[in-house]
Design a protein around this ligand. Structure first.
Ligand SMILES: Nc1ncnc2c1ncn2[C@@H]1O[C@H](COP(=O)(O)OP(=O)(O)OP(=O)(O)O)[C@@H](O)[C@H]1O
Ligand SMILES: [Mg+2]
Length: 448
């Protein structure tokens, strides 16, 4: 190890040592048991803390102490495959927090990449194989998505409080000092009427997330929703994507399946295709589809519930034939014919591919540009990312390269090189491209 590295190693150990000295009695990482916490006088076990939290994590955690957000980390409430969640408290104002600390195990990144690739907001993300940098981006993604949902005022979520690199601090959902509010999977429903209400509420939130917040959850289930003060709260949005993500509609169909799978153990549910159309269709298309005795005014939660009431449940309506859930789920859905790869044309001709506009009308898949740059709305104190020597996408927000990206602002020879490259790309695409007249003939044939 070079001198420089060993100095750095030594410095890290020192940082860790004196942080632990300073906070030793206020950081516990073993399992947090609510009832016991009041009486437990047992000192935090320093050795456990040392092997659970690495020095960098402790350094970020310390920022939450120093800025007065928390005064004590009580222990771990969940060990997930991606992150551990800890309970923390501010003993002065009694506020309770959930501190989600992401893990750096590389194995998970394989699965995560598909959620980051293709996302407009993370187009500059490099270092996909650098675990430390990747967890920072992943935590930032969760923080920004949570902020977008929370600030919309339309979707109940835990309030996001701060992000320090891969350490995310948010409001802890609990109705008393004794226990966290239950996940949907553990919630004791009063009766089937209440189950039905929660089911419709979940579908309405999925539509609002898509239409107003321009997000698809992509891991929605009874495990990632909590019933708090009688309301359904949505969280765990690190993997959520915008509608322009190439796989957004596949993720949406997966969410619909998971939600239906949970509720149909208790009540009758709607066909997945109708749920998909409810979420993705523009409001005018929805109004058109309703029968004449359901008059809908402007879109709000009430009219959305009203529309759902008018929908046939699974099996009640034979127009569903040919669109059973498994067929709908396995359908190769493309956004429009221009998205069709040449090799798919034959499949399309054989009627095996459905274009989106055959399924829904006036769909808006464009991500709202001001929403997409939701980082601008972050207050710097929230996104106090660690600023080590890193590429643009890694710099903390204050230091990131603010020169405008895009064609208008590049210098001359870069522009020339880019044009040349685009020309070559077009040339070899043309070689494999299907001739226009053949494409037209195929489409005419399928329209008959
Ligand atoms: N704000 C919160 N308030 C109360 N409990 C929370 C909060 N955030 C997370 N939890 C608890 O921690 C658990 C894990 O949180 P989350 O799902 O965000 O992490 P995860 O890494 O995705 O875990 P998993 O892999 O198990 O889904 C939740 O199921 C919930 O029980
Ligand atoms: Mg989760």
């Amino acid at each position: 190890m070079s001198d420089k590295e060993s100095d750095r190693e030594q410095e890290t150990q020192n940082t860790k040592a004196n942080i632990l000295d300073k906070y030793a009695n206020r950081i516990k990482t073993d399992e947090f048991v609510f009832k016991k916490s009041k009486t437990s006088k047992d000192k935090s076990d320093r050795a456990t803390v040392e092997n659970v939290l690495d020095p960098r994590t402790i350094k970020f955690l310390e920022k939450l102490y120093r800025n007065g957000t928390i005064t004590k980390l009580n222990g771990c409430i969940s060990t997930g495959k991606e992150a551990n969640v800890y309970h923390a408290v501010n003993e002065t104002n009694g506020k309770q927090y959930a501190i989600k600390i992401y893990k750096t195990s590389v194995l998970i990144f394989k699965d995560r990449e598909r959620y980051v690739d293709g996302e407009f907001r993370f187009r500059n993300t490099k270092n996909q194989h650098n675990p430390r940098k990747m967890i920072k981006i992943w935590a930032e993604k969760e923080f920004r998505n949570l902020k977008r949902l929370h600030s919309s005022g339309l979707i109940p979520t835990p309030e996001p409080v701060a992000l320090k690199s891969h350490v995310l601090c948010m409001e802890f959902l609990t109705e008393n000092e004794e226990s966290p509010s239950p996940k949907l999977k553990d919630y004791q429903f009063k009766d089937t009427e209440e189950v039905g209400r929660f089911y419709q509420q979940m579908l309405v939130y999925m539509r609002i997330m898509f239409q107003k917040c321009h997000l698809i959850h992509a891991d929605l289930s009874e495990y990632n929703s909590i019933v708090h003060k009688g309301q359904l709260y949505i969280f765990d949005v690190s993997q959520s994507v915008e509608p322009d993500h190439p796989m957004s509609l596949d993720f949406l169909r997966m969410d619909i399946k998971n939600v239906n799978d949970y509720f149909q153990r208790k009540i009758q549910v709607y066909p997945e295709r109708l749920v998909f159309q409810f979420i993705v269709n523009g409001w005018d298309a929805i109004k058109e589809k309703t029968d004449k005795n359901t008059v809908l005014e402007e879109e709000n939660e009430q009219t959305l519930f009203q529309y759902l009431e008018s929908l046939p449940l699974k099996g009640e309506d034979d127009s569903d034939a040919g669109f059973e859930d498994d067929i709908f789920r396995s359908m190769h859905l493309v956004r429009s014919l221009n998205n069709l790869e040449d090799r798919d044309f034959q499949e399309f001709a054989d009627g095996k591919i459905t274009t989106l506009n055959e399924l829904v009308q006036d769909i808006n898949l464009e991500s709202d540009s001001d929403l997409s740059s939701d980082s601008e709305s972050e207050s710097d104190s929230d996104l106090d990312a660690e600023s080590d020597s890193a590429s643009d996408s890694e710099k903390s927000w204050e230091e990131r390269d603010t020169s405008l990206k895009g064609k208008r602002f590049e210098d001359k020879d870069e522009k020339k090189a880019r044009k040349q490259q685009a020309k070559e790309l077009k040339q070899d695409k043309r070689k494999t491209k299907m001739k226009k007249h053949l494409k037209k003939k195929l489409i005419r044939k399928t329209k008959k």
